[in-house]
Structure formats: structure tokens, C-alpha cells
Design a protein around this ligand. Sequence first.
Ligand SMILES: Nc1ncnc2c1ncn2[C@@H]1O[C@H](COP(=O)(O)OP(=O)(O)O)[C@@H](O)[C@H]1O
Ligand SMILES: [Mg+2]
Length: 502
Amino acid sequence: MISHRIAFKALRGLRLALFDRLSQIPQGYLVENPIGRVRTLLVDRVSSLEDWIAHVMPEAPGRLSVPLVSLIALFVIDWRVGFAARAPVPLVIVGMGIMMAGYESRMYLWMGSKAALAARAAEYIQGIPVIKAFLQEDASFSRYAKSALLYQDTTMAWWKQSWLGSGVMNAAMNSPLLAVVPVAFVLYGAGELDIFRLALCLTLPIGILQHVFAIVHNFELFQMVVPIWDEITTLLRYPALDRPSATDRAELDPQQGVSFTDVHFSYTDGLEVLHGVNFTAEPGQVTALVGPSGSGKSTIARLIASFWDADQGSITLGGVDLRQIPLDQLMEEISYVSQDTYLFEGTIRDNIRLGRPDATDEEIEAASRAARCHDFIMKLPAGYEADAGEAGGALSGGERQRISIARALLKDAPIILLDEATSSVDPENEHEILRALDELTQGRTVISIAHRLSTVADADQILVIDDGRLVQTGTHDELAGTEGIYADFLAARRRAANWSMA
Ligand SMILES: Nc1ncnc2c1ncn2[C@@H]1O[C@H](COP(=O)(O)OP(=O)(O)O)[C@@H](O)[C@H]1O
Ligand SMILES: [Mg+2]
């Protein structure tokens, strides 16, 4: 009981440490690692250490000493019986050698294919609606099936390679009396052993090999634990963002918004996606980022939210470099709504309240009104108590986005980052949400990545991003009258509108 308590305590501590690490390392880790893999690590991999802590370690002294003492006892009783008891040992060692050859590399292969299967399965299940819509069932299923087959192959290959070794080993271990019985009875017949010693000679060897068997099994467990421990320590040692501790709060100047100075950035693949970006987003203003897809707009928003650090140049907030601001403090400063909304299991009210846990119900409703979700929430049979997780699927994309905007508005942070936050909201509601945002802009820095050009016309400043560079800056009127990407966009939009009229 004690060893199990300790084991579960240790697993708890390990999971807490891993979660703690996840909160300190660049959030980009979660963007770059498939969720299935992270889940497998936190749940399955950690759990598989339980056997090791609860059984293997506490039982090891007994496992080792029982065979040793028994063997010594047999030698003391009669050295010939002692040798007979050891007869199967060389066979066990040979079998083990065959079984363990190349164990580690096969183990890694097998675990890799298992993790890939988990990731593919999650991807397949999450993607079913998309797959169905695009009639991609065969393609997507075959990817899942392929990883299942790979898992099967690596498992079978492993077994095939070890069956001979484990067969020899098991046979040898399960016949502890093979050599002892004849030797002991001959000695008994010759009068060299009395009946009590004979009884001991026939019972002691049984225990020896059982324990040896357990040790071998534990050795196998140990081999399995090594790569798991490797994976766990990789995350535990993942370099954290270099930030001051939560108590070292920075002195932020509310008169200054967000500023980029010559910011260069590349993702882990090393390809630079931002090539020296400079701009300032002032408090009290809406700064809109526009540009072709893939030009780096979301990357800019994620850098402000400290998902990663810039490679070169500096980003300041309230006049202070992001690297001097504790993450906790930064999170208080920023409301970030990305294009992928996430609603948690729980009621709609709980989901909005995440923005500010101490908010009253009235404040929640006010935020919902501003985000234009109050009306449709009231139409749900359970209203604000409706289950967002389960009903999440029943809510439209636009409704989910509006709930996450309500969450961000409730948070009431000085910096509001909207990354295509209204992309699924119908134009009418979008217009109203933007108007509500406008009212909230007082003193706040709003950085909005727009998906529709029509929504940026009122912005105080429009930044046109192209291929990781800031190519134009100005208001709508200024940019519309200047040759460049923005004017081209406008012309393309007019042409599209004419087409749809025609
Ligand atoms: N996690 C990532 N790893 C590697 N490259 C990425 C990642 N996310 C985005 N990119 C690349 O960075 C560039 C800019 O992407 P992004 O900022 O998302 O553009 P936008 O939001 O303007 O559409 C693109 O070339 C994209 O392929
Ligand atoms: Mg984007």
C-alpha cells in the first residue's frame, strides 16, 4: 500500500511538473506538437511508470536476495544440489541474450509507431466532418490504416525476433527441478541427505527461478522506462521563455502601446517569415493588419502574445521589452482571440467567465451583449447554463467566435489582439461587434487582423503586410489613393462585386 501511495504521489508530482513546464515554455510548443502526442506523454507515458515505482523498485531487494539466500542454503546443504539448481541458468542467460539483442532500437521503433497511431487516430476522428464534406474518406482512412499497419508490423517484428529467446528462457526457468530432482534423490538413496534436507532441496529451487523470472521481467520494464523517461525529460528540460518571475512586475507606461523594432522571426524549421518589421500600435487606436494569406499576420499576433520570442529586434509593450515582462503580467495585459475558437467543457457562462473569474453575472451579460451573443444564448433552452462543450458542436462557428469574443471583452485587458476573430460571423453581426469594439477602444490598443477589407475602413491605422514585410502604412483614404497592394485589393474587390452584380 505504501509503495502504491508513493507511486501515485510521484506520478502526480511528475504531471504537475510537466503542466508547469508547459505553462513556461513557448506556447508555440503546443502549436508545433500534435495534441495527440502531448496527450500520450502526459497521460499514458506517465502512467506507465507506475509499475516501475510501485512494484519493481520496492520488490527488487526481495527479488534479488531470495534467490541468493536460497542458492547459498542449497550449497550449504550439499554443494552438488547447489550446482544442480544452477544448471538452467546458462540457458536462461542465452535466451535472454537472444531476446534483448537490439532491444532498445526496436523499443523506440515500436513506441514511435504507437504514438503515430494515436496522433493519426485523433486527427482522423477530429477531421471526420471535413473528411466527409470533401469525400476524402478513403485518403484519410488509408493514412490512419497505414499507421495502424505500421504499428502491427513493428509489434509483430519485435515478437518474431524475440520468440526464440523467450521460449528458451521460459522453458529453462520453468524447469527448476530438472537437474535437482535426480541429483537429490541419488544423494538421498546413497544416504547422504536426510528426509528433511531432501524436502528443502525439492522446494527451495522453485522459489529461485520464480524470482529470477521476475527480475528478467523487470529488466524488460526497465528497458521500456528508459525511452519514456527520455521523452518526459525532454519536455521537462525544454527551454523556458526567459522571463522575470511573476513577482518582478514591470512598470508599464499606459501611454504607449505595442511597438515592433526591426523584428525578424523564423519558426523551428529555420525559414525566416518576418524580415525586419517596424510599427507602433498606439493606445486608443485600432490598428488593422491586412495582407495576403501566409504573409505573416498571425505570426505578428503570436509574437505579441509571446508564443515565441523574436530572433532579432525587439517588441515592446507599454515601453518595456516583452522579455522584461513576467508572463503572468503579460497575460493580464493581453486579450487574444485567434481564429480557432476553443470552448471548454462546461456551461456557456463558465466559458465566458474564464475571461475574468471574479466577474458578476451582470458583467458577463454586458460582455455578451457587446459581442452580440446575448440574444442567441437567450434563445437556447438552457440559456447561459447551456453546455458549451457538448452544445459546442451545435453552435455555429460564428456563434462560437462571438462567445470567445465575449470572453475576451470581459477580460477587459489594455491590449486586444483579434486574429480574424470574426471570420465566421455574418457581416451584419460583425459590423455590430466592430462597433461595440470601437466603443471599448478608449485607451486600449486594438490590433485587428482583418479577413474582410470592408471591416478595416474605419481603422485608425492600416498596416499592409506582404511576405513578412510591412509594405504600406496609412488610413483607408490614404492607402486607397496610393498605388500598391491595398489599392489592388480594393480594385479586386470591386471587380468581384461587379461580377456578382452581373
Ligand atoms: N508553426 C509554424 N511552423 C512553421 N511555419 C509556419 C508556422 N506557422 C506559420 N508558418 C509560416 O509562416 C508564414 C506566415 O504565416 P502566418 O503568420 O500564419 O500568415 P497569415 O496569418 O498572414 O496568413 C507562412 O509562410 C506559414 O507557412
Ligand atoms: Mg493568419
